[in-house]
Design a protein around this ligand. Structure first.
Ligand SMILES: [Mg+2]
Length: 177
């Protein structure tokens, strides 16, 4: 496939800690445990307004650990999309997850695999796209896929990684993407 002007820019989002509140030491297994963070619907609406793709890239180790099933995960994501459609009239274009327990198979972040899968599926212009996350592994995955990266500082942040941008609120994205 040749890279041409039909390529689209994408904003890749980590999920836990960026889209919804993290459950420390646990997993969101049901929709009633999913706390959508403020600003997400608004930011997504603006991203879609600008003609960009919005894609979630998420490690969901709880599946590999047997704490939840893929079908549990799909129902959480269906409810998320329904809620965003109701709140902002838009949805994420894609949600790509990895249920593996460890890094060995090479698909979990910090591997760039899921971003590369998305790029192939949606014909994405990676160097002009952004990966947004609250973990080192998100920033590493983005960098290895060749995207720009934005690190979201949260109350759980310990070390701030070297990223293209450091943000403290998701809405700051709208200033530079
Ligand atoms: Mg996270």
């Amino acid at each position: 496939m040749s890279s041409d002007s039909k390529q689209t820019r994408a904003i890749f989002f980590d999920r836990d800690g960026v889209i919804n509140a993290r459950i420390l030491g646990g997993y969101v297994r049901h929709w009633n445990e999913f706390e959508l963070l403020p600003g997400v619907a608004e930011v997504l609406h603006e991203i879609k307004n600008r003609g960009l793709l919005a894609i979630i890239i998420t490690n969901q180790r709880g599946i590999g650990l047997g704490l939840m099933s893929e079908s549990d995960l799909h129902s959480v994501h269906n409810e998320l999309q329904k809620t965003l459609r109701a709140q902002a009239g838009v949805t994420f274009d894609d949600i790509i997850f990895c249920g593996d327990i460890d890094d060995r198979p090479g698909r979990r972040k910090p591997a760039p695999t899921m971003l590369l899968e998305a790029a192939e599926r949606w014909n994405i212009d990676l160097p002009n796209s952004w990966m947004i996350g609250d973990s080192m592994s998100d920033i590493e995955a983005g960098a290895r896929a060749g995207t720009k990266t934005a690190y979201l500082v949260t109350q759980h942040s310990e070390e701030i990684p070297r990223a293209t941008k450091i943000i403290h609120d998701l809405k700051e994205l709208l200033e530079f993407i």
